[in-house]
Design a protein around this ligand. Structure first.
Ligand code: FAD
Length: 381
């Protein structure tokens, strides 16, 4: 039977990359009276385990770019900070555009990203074909490429953050389910769990796809949409290991090298009510057709396995972070969508600073406030 403390300063709900990042940064700022609760036997075993490990900094808003840049900085120093090697490979993200609207959006994004310090190149189809002759760029209008984007091992990042937090005194309990938020008037002052009640000054909701359910126990309706995403991996076949992650949103497809072969995905949004996504092979022939069109060599590959996970989207595709009007004591770190591995490290830092110092100096939290979606910000029933 797991013995939980009766009272701590901060409870973190959820041990995915976001929750462990919050715990790691609280510890880094000297706040160790922290209890992280994870329902599963292993940390990082839900969305964080399903990810492609891609670290893309090419976003269209300044706050998302800064968040991603800070994430990459932290992952680069992970081994030094925590002893866990992130397997960071800086092979870049190549984002292809087949139509004018997407190319214009990519060019505008590239201008912003360069201003913020990223080495983003705008490429013609001929340059794409010259640099990556393995790709068929005949129907491409142009592309953007950032050579400091890359990939990492998300498991190592989760374990590194958890080790850092634990060794400084943060308590982490797995196989503990938070069944509700504890209310004292309007304020959230702890959690109920299947192992008893824990009182706290602050609760951080980092429950990923389940965050809306956790918030609902305090009468909050969060605008989160859990969406299923699948990835398939091939058996080893000849593919340059330093190929970037190639993202082709017009053909709803991305792929990158992995373990001597490739992983590939139909970059599609499928909203689901069932939060236990099941792998569906029915779309594979269509995915393979799109893949072979873009990279003819993929015709030599055979798919070995696949998996499904949940990306938790918000109405504007940016995370929801920070305090909740009408619910003092509750802090949200949710809605990381398809970029939680990239942005989770920065989210943890910003949220920890908010808790310890009353504001985040590392990154602006205002653009991520839940109040941006409605006025009044949230329905409290
Ligand atoms: C197929 C796929 C590919 C992706 N690829 C990338 C990528 O290349 N790059 C990138 O940056 N991002 C990617 N993402 C997105 C990224 O994986 C997520 O944004 C990130 O993992 C979200 O982290 P999280 O901690 O919020 O959620 P999770 O990792 O799901 O963690 C939430 C945790 O909360 C726990 N929990 C929930 N409710 C409770 C409760 N009541 N009590 C206790 N514990 C609870 C859950 O068990 C879970 O472990 C991808 C996602 C998917 C699905």
């Amino acid at each position: 039977m797991t013995e939980l403390p009766k009272r701590v300063r901060v409870v973190v709900v959820g041990g995915g990359i976001v929750g462990v990042s919050v715990a790691r940064h609280l510890a880094g700022l000297g706040e160790t009276d922290v209890l992280l609760l994870e329902r599963e036997p292993m940390l990082g075993s839900r969305a964080s385990a399903a990810s492609a490990g891609g670290l893309r900094q090419q976003f269209s808003t300044e706050h998302d770019v800064l968040m991603a840049m800070e994430g990459v900085r932290q992952i680069r120093r992970l081994a030094e900070d925590t002893g866990h090697h992130p397997e960071f490979r800086s092979h870049g993200y190549l984002m292809l555009a087949c139509g004018e609207p997407r190319m214009r959006a990519y060019e505008a994004g590239a201008a912003l990203q360069r201003r913020l310090g990223l080495p983003v190149e705008t490429l013609s189809p001929a340059e794409v074909a010259r640099r990556w002759s393995i790709l068929d760029a005949s129907d491409v209008l142009g592309a953007v490429f950032c050579g400091t984007d890359g990939i990492c091992d998300p498991h190592a990042v989760v374990q590194g953050f958890a080790t850092y937090a634990r060794t400084r005194g943060v308590r982490i309990a797995t196989e503990v389910e938070v069944t509700g938020l504890l209310l004292d008037g309007p304020a959230v002052r702890g959690v109920t769990t299947n192992h008893g009640t824990v009182r706290s000054e602050i609760v951080v909701n980092a429950g990923g796809a389940w965050a809306a359910r956790v918030a609902a126990t305090a009468g909050l309706a969060l605008p989160l949409r859990p969406c299923k995403r699948q990835i398939f991996s091939t058996r080893p076949f000849p593919l340059p290991p330093d190929l970037p992650l190639v993202l082709d949103l017009d053909r709803r497809f991305y792929f990158r090298p992995e373990s001597g072969g490739a992983i590939l995905s139909a970059a599609e949004v499928e909203e689901v009510a069932d939060l236990e996504p099941v792998l569906d092979w029915s779309g594979v022939p269509d995915l393979v057709e799109r893949a072979v069109h873009r990279c003819p060599t993929l015709a030599e590959a055979s798919i070995a396995r696949g998996w499904a996970g949940l990306r938790t989207l918000t109405p504007d595709d940016s995370a929801i972070l920070g305090e909740v009007p009408g619910r003092p004591g509750l802090i949200l770190a949710v809605g990381l969508g398809g970029h939680g591995i990239t942005q989770g490290p920065a989210v943890g830092l910003a949220v920890a600073e908010l808790i310890v110092r009353g504001e985040s100096s590392a990154l602006p939290l205002a653009p991520f406030h839940v109040g941006r979606f409605s006025d009044p910000p949230l329905s409290i029933v």
